[in-house]
Structure formats: C-alpha cells, structure tokens
Design a binder for this molecule. Structure first.
Ligand SMILES: Cc1cc2nc3c(=O)[nH]c(=O)nc-3n(C[C@H](O)[C@H](O)[C@H](O)COP(=O)(O)OP(=O)(O)OC[C@H]3O[C@@H](n4cnc5c(N)ncnc54)[C@H](O)[C@@H]3O)c2cc1C
Length: 386
C-alpha cells in the first residue's frame, strides 16, 4: 500500500482530458498541503478532437500526442499502471502496482470504443475514434479511388455529438480536394432523429442542411444491425451498399468502473450534476464516465469541453474543503463545440446544456474563422495542459 503522509492525498484516475485538468488544478490549488497522484495506463496522451484531421492527413500522429513529463514537473505523481479496482467504502484503489489510499478520489476513466459490439464492424468498417484506427482510415482513404462512402453511427451514447457529422463533412472535403467527389457519394446514417439532437431541433436542422449543401444524403432513425462485406444492414432489413464504410463504434464505460460500486445500472456513474459528487462523499466522477440526465431527458454529451469544465469545478471544491471552506462552486453545464465542415471551414455551437426545459444552444455559421479557432484551440490545449 502506498504510504499516506500528513498531506491530503487526492488520487485522480485517468490521464485524459478530465484527469489532466483535474490533476493540474489540484496541484495548483492544494500547493504544499496536498499530494496529487494521477494513475494512467498509457505512456502518451492523444488529443482526440484532432483525430479527424489525422484521418484526412492534415495532422501527423506526433503532432497531437504528448508524454506526461509536464504534469510531473507540476508536482503531480504520475503512475503509469492499470487501475484494477475502486473501493470507495475503504477509500482506496487497486492498481497493477499495488493499492493506493486516498482522502479524495476523482474518477475520469472515460468511455471506451467497443467495435466488437457491432457484428462485422471490425472486419469490414473503419473509424477515426482512436489513433490506430484513424491512421488505418487515413491509409484506406489514400488508396481510395472513388466510390460509395457510408458513414454510420452504430449506437448511442458515443463521444462528441459533432464528431460523426464532422467525419462525413471532412471526407466530403477530402474527396473534393483529391478530385474524386464526382465519382463518389457520401451518405450518413444514424439512429438519432436529427444530427446532434441534444442541442435541439433548430441546430439539428441546420447541421442536416449543411450535410445537404455538401450533397450528403442523411438517413435518420435507422438502427445498424451488422456490417457485412460491402453492405450495411439495418433493422427492418434495409441495406446500404458501400465501397468504404466508416462506423462510429458503440461505446462502453471503462470496465473497472462498471464493475465498481460507483456504477449505475448501465455501468456509467451517476453524479450530482452541480458538484459531480458520487454517492460517496469523498469520491467524484467527471467526463465521459458519468451519466448526467438533462431536463429534456437526454444525457449530457460525452465531450472534452464538459470533462474540462467539470474538472476545474471539482478541483476547486476539493481544494476549498481541504482549507476548511465548505462553500461549493457549481458546474453549470456550459459548453461549446467546433464542427469542421471541410475545405478549411468550421461552425461553432455553444450554450447552456443545463437550461430548463431544454438546452439553450446557438450555432455560428460555418466559415474560415471558426476553423482557425479550432486550430488555435488545439494549440492552446496541447501547450497549456500537457
Ligand atoms: C474523434 C473524436 C473527436 C472528438 N472531438 C471532440 C471535440 O471536438 N470537442 C470535445 O469537447 N470533445 C471531443 N471529443 C470527445 C473527448 O475526447 C472526450 O469527451 C474526452 O476525452 C473525455 O475526457 P475524459 O477525461 O472523460 O476521458 P478520456 O480523455 O478518454 O480519458 C480517460 C483515460 O483513462 C485511461 N484509462 C481508462 N481505463 C483505465 C484503467 N483501467 N487504468 C488506467 N487508465 C485507464 C485511458 O487510457 C484514458 O487516458 C472527441 C472524441 C473523439 C473520439
């Protein structure tokens, strides 16, 4: 067991977007009164919002990948090992390198792509949802001479409500750039009633119109059942033939969390939406691993912007508690998301997702400036946080 010392020990599980921000803000807020331990299995972090640019060849993998040295320089103890158990009753976690005791725990272990959950997907379809697969898709696109491209969402929930639509629009732009669009079709399929339905019908229709403007037929409310060689098979027996298929994979909660006492009935972690506290007073969960129902009945999207905002709030509140200040700053559900539309243009959606009775989100028209905004955001993130 890692020895406890007189300082308050805060353990952060997961060194992705939420975990990095939480650990950094905790180290700053606690100063010498605290010890921050970050547990992450991977040696390197990949900035997922830039994966669609890896797919189109606009980013090298090295440009969006970072080690954890900067976090260590901030005084964070980074442990590269596997989290194998979470025991909130006894305030300890199990890892492949032994148990760690905590005073406070922040769980940010994320959502895992699970292509094995869609029959035939691993054999017959691509996706850009992790670096390895984004690179494989980049190579497949480079060898693609034109034809039918199908982009399908396998099931809900998935990470980033904009990313599948961005994928279709970026592929459209890529094929135009290579002079292949005349010989190709790009078609989008989803079980959702509209694109990004959590943002409401106004934005959903605007994104659908953007797809139409790019000649991308949009098929809502279709449930993919399996992928066969050259065919997507949907419920009811509808079939779509393809030459290249991109399927946004099903997602599942990190297995160690789903098996822990923190998990709700479907494996995701229920939390208080303002404080991100679980049912255990000294245990918080943030980011994609959480299930936060909104007032319109849909869950808060799994997006880095929310993981980041939640991490800032949780870190501030833990630091206050350690100082004996029991006031709590709430997470208020604000978020924004760029939507790349191809050809060096992007739109931006932003708003209040906790608004009642439905999220209040607005969208700025796609243009060059929002694309440059997304590039600047990527640079800021990779330089400031890791
Ligand atoms: C293609 C794509 C595009 C996206 N675009 C955007 C965007 O434009 N804007 C946006 O806001 N969001 C975007 N997202 C979503 C965003 O990346 C996630 O919502 C965000 O990373 C969630 O942060 P997190 O800390 O909850 O989880 P993650 O960042 O996934 O971090 C979880 C970490 O836990 C580690 N881990 C898991 N299990 C264990 C274990 N047992 N032991 C040790 N370590 C473990 C993992 O290795 C990982 O590093 C995109 C995602 C994808 C895939």
């Amino acid at each position: 067991m890692t020895a406890k010392d007189s300082r308050t020990t805060v353990v952060v599980l997961g060194g992705g977007i939420g975990g990095q921000v939480a650990a950094t803000e905790l180290a700053r807020g606690l100063g010498r009164t605290g010890r921050v331990i970050l547990v992450e299995r991977a040696a390197e972090f990949v900035f997922a919002p830039s994966l669609p640019w890896v797919m189109t060849g606009d980013r090298r993998p090295g440009a969006i990948t970072r080690g954890y040295a900067k976090l260590a320089r901030r005084g964070i103890e980074v442990r590269h090992c596997e989290v194998t158990g979470i025991d909130p009753e006894n305030s300890r976690v199990e890892t492949s390198e032994g148990p760690i005791a905590f005073d406070y725990l922040v769980v940010s272990l994320g959502a895992v792509p699970a292509p094995e959950g869609m029959p035939g997907m691993e054999e017959h379809a691509h996706h850009p949802y992790d670096l390895e697969h984004a690179e494989r898709l980049r190579d497949a696109l480079a060898g693609f001479g034109g034809g039918r491209v199908a982009v399908a969402i396998a099931s809900l929930p998935y990470r980033c409500p904009a990313a599948p639509y961005e994928t279709a629009l970026l592929i459209d732009g890529y094929l135009r750039r290579r002079g292949l669009r005349d010989r190709s079709s790009v078609t989008m399929f989803t079980p959702e009633p509209l694109p990004m339905p959590v943002t409401g019908p106004y934005i959903g229709h605007r994104v659908a119109a953007e797809l139409a403007r790019h000649d991308i037929p949009f098929h809502p409310k279709v449930q993919l059942e399996r992928v066969e060689e050259g065919r997507l098979v949907f419920g009811g027996g509808t079939v779509a033939e393809f030459d290249l298929a991109i399927v946004i994979p099903p997602h599942r909660p990190a297995a160690v969390v789903a098996a822990s006492p923190l998990a709700g009935p479907n494996g995701w972690v229920p939390v208080d939406r303002a404080t991100l506290r679980t049912r255990h007073a000294n245990v918080y969960a943030i980011g994609d691993i959480t299930a936060i129902p909104l007032e319109n009945g849909m869950p808060l999207p799994k997006a880095g912007v929310f993981a980041h905002g939640e991490a800032v709030v949780v870190a501030a509140n833990i630091a206050r508690r350690v100082r004996g200040d029991l006031r709590e700053r709430p997470f208020e559900g604000h978020g924004m998301c760029f939507l790349e539309t191809g050809g060096g243009r992007a739109g931006l959606a932003r708003g209040d997702f906790y608004a009642s009775p439905v999220p209040k989100v607005s969208m700025y028209r796609p243009g060059r400036s929002w694309h440059l905004g997304k590039v600047a955001f990527e640079k800021y993130w990779l330089n400031r946080w890791i």
